[in-house]
Write a protein that binds this ligand. Structure first.
Ligand code: DAH
Length: 337
C-alpha cells in the first residue's frame, strides 16, 4: 500500500505538471479525485489495511491528496496566466483610443449661472412660476390695462381656455407675493414668449431674469446700488451705467438701464427695465391675498427684468440669436468648458 501511494504521488504530480490545456487538467482531476479516480479507489482500499497500520497509511493518503490538489491548483493558475497573456498579445496598445466626447456649458447657461451667483451673494433666492399663465398674473395684477398692446392677440400666444404663455417673467413677482410675506428678495430666471416673427434678433421663446425686493423703506438708491453692483460684477469694474426714465405699468418711477462695457463691445446697450413697484400692484396683491401685508403704505420695493439671450449674444459676439437654440455642434464647440 505504501509503495502504491508513493508511486501514484510521483506519477500524478508529474502528469499534472505536464498538462498543457484546460481540458487535460479537468480530465486529470477526474482521473485522480473523481468518483472512481485512483485516489478515491485507494481510500476505499483502506478497509483492507491492518488496524494498527491505518493511522500511518491514512496520513500518507492525505498527503497524497494534498499534493495532487496543490499541483492542480498551481497548474490552473499557470494556464489562466497564459490565457491572459495570449489575449494581450493580440492587443495593439499603440492604436489611438476612442476619444471621450466632453460637452461644454452653453453660453446662455453660463450667463445664467453667473447671474444667479452674483444675486445670491446679495441674499436673493430663486423663485419660479408656470410658463402657462392666467391673464391676471401676466397683466391685470401688474397694473396692465385691458387695452395695452402687449395683451393683443397678435402679440401673445393665447390658449383656447383663455390662459396664455407668459410674455415676461414679471408674473413671478405676483406669484411670489401671493404666497410669501415680506421681506422678499427673489430672482426668477425663466422662459418668456411673444408672438414675434423669428429672425436674427428675435425668438418667439426667449429667456428673462426677473428680480423683486420688497421690504420696509426700500428705495431707488437700493435699486441703483443693487443693479450697479450686479452689472459691475458681471462685466467688470469699469462698466458704465445710465438709468433712463421710462414707463412700465407695474413700476413707478420706472427706468431703462443702458450699459457700456468692454465685454459688450464698448458701445451703449439698452439692457434692462426696472423701477419701484407701483402701489397699484401691491393693492392687487392685497386684494388677492385678503390681507394687508403688502399694504403700499407699509412696504416698498423694487423690481427689474432683463433678457438673457441678447446679452449672451453680445458677450459671445454672435450675430444671429437663433444660434443659441439650433444646437449646432459647430457653434457649441466654440465655447469649450
Ligand atoms: N417685464 C418687462 C419686459 O418684459 C421687463 C421689466 C421691466 C421687468 C421693469 C421689471 C421691471 O420687473 O421693473 O419688458
Amino acid at each position: 500500500m505504501e509503495d502504491r501511494i508513493a508511486s501514484l504521488q510521483t506519477v500524478a504530480v508529474a502528469a499534472i505538471v505536464a498538462v498543457a490545456a484546460r481540458k487535460e487538467l479537468d480530465a486529470a482531476r477526474v482521473a485522480y479525485l473523481g468518483k472512481s479516480g485512483e485516489i478515491t479507489r485507494l481510500s476505499e482500499a483502506m478497509r483492507e489495511v491492518a488496524k494498527e497500520d491505518r493511522p500511518r497509511i491514512g496520513k500518507l493518503l492525505n498527503e497524497l491528496r494534498q499534493a495532487v490538489n496543490a499541483a492542480l491548483e498551481a497548474k490552473e493558475q499557470t494556464l489562466a496566466a497564459a490565457a491572459d497573456s495570449a489575449a494581450l498579445a493580440t492587443l495593439d496598445i499603440t492604436l489611438p483610443g476612442t476619444p471621450r466626447e466632453t460637452g461644454s456649458i452653453h453660453p446662455l447657461t453660463r450667463l445664467l449661472d453667473q447671474t444667479v451667483r452674483i444675486f445670491r451673494r446679495m441674499g436673493f433666492v430663486l423663485a419660479d412660476g408656470p410658463d402657462i399663465e392666467t391673464e391676471w398674473h401676466c397683466f391685470d395684477a401688474l397694473n396692465t390695462p385691458a387695452d395695452h398692446p402687449a395683451r393683443n392677440e397678435q402679440d401673445t400666444f393665447y390658449l383656447p381656455d383663455g390662459r396664455l404663455l407668459r410674455t415676461h417673467t414679471s408674473t413671478v413677482q405676483v406669484r411670489t407675493m401671493e404666497s410669501q410675506i415680506p421681506p422678499v428678495r427673489i430672482i426668477a430666471p425663466g422662459a418668456a414668449y411673444r408672438r414675434d416673427e423669428v429672425d436674427a434678433t428675435h425668438l418667439a421663446q426667449f429667456n428673462q431674469m426677473e428680480g423683486l425686493y420688497v421690504d420696509r423703506e426700500v428705495s431707488v438708491a437700493d435699486l441703483k446700488g443693487t443693479l450697479e453692483f450686479f452689472f459691475r460684477e458681471l462685466f467688470g469694474p469699469e462698466t458704465q451705467m445710465r438709468f433712463r426714465p421710462h414707463f412700465f405699468p407695474f413700476t413707478e418711477p420706472s427706468y431703462e438701464i443702458d450699459i457700456r462695457a468692454r465685454a459688450l463691445g464698448g458701445k451703449w446697450m439698452e439692457l434692462a427695465g426696472c423701477g419701484m413697484v407701483d402701489p397699484a400692484v401691491f393693492e392687487q396683491i392685497c386684494q388677492k391675498r385678503g390681507d394687508r401685508v403688502y399694504d403700499p403704505d407699509q412696504v416698498t420695493g423694487f423690481a427689474f427684468g432683463f433678457g438673457l439671450d441678447r446679452l449672451a449674444m453680445n458677450l459671445t459676439h454672435i450675430s444671429d440669436i437663433r444660434m443659441l437654440v439650433e444646437n449646432d455642434l459647430r457653434f457649441l464647440q466654440q465655447f469649450p468648458a
